[in-house]
Design a protein around this ligand. Structure first.
Ligand code: ADP
Length: 269
């Protein structure tokens, strides 16, 4: 009987190991698929701005820029270089975040002040497009624990999208406190997102395929932002309607509420 018990124990151990191996193989296959999809997409996305840069430079070579001023050509080149730089930065950061020794450097910060800084950076860009840009601070003392470098990148992506996908109207940021959380809502009156696309826009490489989406990009901006926001124990919500606009809301725990959850409860029994 003992021998039988030992044998069935080893058999169950074997089955368990086989299952673990199967899961690991599946995981590696997924990763492999992701990597080849990633390289195909990124090569394709980098090719588009490079082709455009090439076109601008050919215009300069051929001195065929009589119809376009030199500054227009220069700013065209700069724009495409920025697109490539952002794409490469996002990719490198995503890889960094996935490495095993990565951790956020959390520091207490007043989120209203950080958002104000972003407002100042983006204001001239919205002005250029004739879009009104406002910030509403509904609550004071919004202290949160964040990694400033990464959190800024997440907000930048959302604001850059608001700028890209809005042609007229208004973009606004509203900061308010609710139930131990800070809500940062970034709303635009842009092209909006259809119900069907709403569930996918945070997926890596997903880009809405419509006539109005001629803005380049890589489709990793929102995936990257969502990953950063999740690492902060926060949430990102999206409400949108086609041809009306979109609101991305980041819900971040207040610094005090984090401290409260970290306190070890005293055993009174
Ligand atoms: P991309 O580099 O294409 O902008 P993102 O991951 O940042 O990639 O966004 C994914 C897709 O979601 C975009 O291609 C766009 O179709 C859609 N999208 C993102 N933000 C907005 C917005 N504010 N308004 C309308 N569509 C948006």
């Amino acid at each position: 009987l003992n021998l039988f018990i030992v044998m069935s124990y080893f058999k169950s151990l074997n089955i368990r190991n086989e299952k673990i191996l199967e899961a690991k193989t599946r995981e590696l296959e997924e990763l492999d698929k992701f990597k080849s999809q990633f390289f195909t997409n990124i090569s394709h996305e980098i090719r588009t701005p490079l082709t455009l840069i090439n076109g601008h430079i050919s215009d300069l070579d051929a001195h065929t820029f009589e119809n376009r001023s030199l500054p227009t050509i220069q700013s065209g080149i700069k724009k495409q270089i920025n697109i490539i730089t952002n794409m490469v930065d996002n990719v490198l950061d995503l890889a960094k975040m996935r490495s095993s020794n990565f951790s956020l450097e959390l520091k207490p910060i007043n989120i209203s002040e950080l958002i104000q800084k972003h407002y100042l950076n983006f204001e001239p860009l919205f002005k250029q497009k004739n879009i009104a840009f406002h910030i509403f601070k509904n609550s004071k003392d919004c202290m949160v624990n964040i990694d400033v470098v990464f959190f800024e990148k997440a907000i930048n992506n959302i604001l850059t999208n608001a700028l890209k996908y809005t042609d007229e109207g208004e973009v606004k940021i509203t900061i308010s406190k609710k139930n131990q959380h800070v809500h940062i809502a970034i709303s635009d009156t842009g092209i909006g997102i259809s119900k069907n696309d709403l569930k996918h826009v945070f997926d890596r490489f997903y880009q809405v395929n419509n006539d109005t989406n001629k803005s380049g990009g890589s489709g990793i901006g929102l995936a990257f932002s969502k990953e950063i926001i999740k690492l902060h124990n926060a949430q990102i919500l999206l409400a949108s309607e086609l041809n009306v606009g979109s609101t991305f809301t980041i819900v971040l725990p207040l610094e005090k509420s984090i401290a409260a959850t970290l306190v070890t409860p005293v055993d009174t029994t």
